[in-house]
Design a protein around this ligand. Structure first.
Ligand code: PDD
Length: 271
């Protein structure tokens, strides 16, 4: 454990050279990690998909993360975990015969959401989903997501929503939900989306507040005609979307189903 400015990684780390690694972002509320078990299962899934062995880290990580919280006197924060295939010399694409994986765990300050994001909702743009066929692996190889998010920023939007084969998959760093005549819909889990921990929590919450949910993809046109839409992620929680491209969603205000789910989500997260 070292101060952030003293933490160093070799320039030959494959995470740096190839984006050859996986990661997690886990949020702590009041000193407690939200859905830590789900994040650990997803890290295991990502590591397996990348053919990285987690080994003892799988057991040690929760305690390590808790120590970081305590030593930094943090209650509400995000925790970043990155696990790469480590340092290999010389650079070569195939796995090195011997590599010692690099584990990085660091607290990340919670960025405040843009002014009015929760009360007024955010704008999103749509973009073709140019990513690979294993979006279920939470890989550090994020160039398509970064390019999409930057395009959103440059067009004054909060998020870029990906469309693959005519269907809305997810946002560049969030999952996407829409409400059609009271029925909640989101893309099914599988290789075309990241299985969001927040998404899964919202899926479970829907039934507890009596909202019917379909894990079924919708088209961009359907999204634009939805009564409500929102995005989910560890960092954004449940955030209303009130505009996609130049189209207003519903009445252009956060909808009742979104607000109920947001409240229910914050209730369990903060509770
Ligand atoms: N992003 N989809 C993508 C592509 C993501 O990168 C994320 C998370 C999500 C939402 O997953 P979760 O609810 O588990 O946070 C969906 C994190 C926060 C990030 O890269 O910073």
């Amino acid at each position: 454990m070292v101060p952030l400015e003293q933490a160093q990684v070799s320039v030959e780390d494959r995470g740096f050279l190839f984006g050859d690694g996986v990661y997690e972002v886990i949020r702590a509320y009041g000193g407690h990690f939200f859905e830590l078990g789900a994040h650990m299962r997803r890290l295991q899934h990502s590591a397996e998909g990348a053919r990285l062995a987690l080994g003892a880290i799988a057991e040690d990580l929760p305690a390590l993360m808790r120590r970081l919280l305590v030593q930094n006197d943090l209650q509400d924060t995000n925790m970043y975990v990155q696990y790469t295939r480590g340092v290999a010399h010389p650079r070569a694409h195939a796995f090195p015969s011997e590599a010692k994986p690099t584990l990085l765990v660091m607290p990340l300050a919670i960025h405040s959401l843009p002014e009015g994001a929760v009360n007024k909702g955010v704008r999103a743009i749509s973009l073709p989903d140019l990513r690979w066929q294993r979006c279920d692996i939470k890989s550090t190889m994020l160039l398509p997501n970064i390019l999409a998010k930057q395009q959103a920023r440059e067009r004054g939007a909060f998020e870029a929503i990906f469309v693959r084969d005519g269907l809305v998959t997810e946002g560049s760093s969030t999952n996407t939900f829409a409400v059609f005549q009271g029925i909640l819909a989101t893309h099914s889990s599988g290789p075309h989306i990241l299985g969001g921990v927040t998404r899964d929590a919202v899926v479970r919450l829907a039934s507890t507040i009596g909202v019917v949910l379909r894990e079924e993809a919708f088209t961009l046109e359907q999204l634009c005609q939805a009564d409500e839409a929102f995005l989910t992620s560890t960092t954004s929680e449940v955030l209303p979307i009130t505009q996609v491209d130049d189209r207003r969603i519903g009445h252009g205000r956060p909808g009742p189903v979104t607000l109920r789910l947001r409240e229910a989500f914050l209730g369990i997260a903060r509770g």
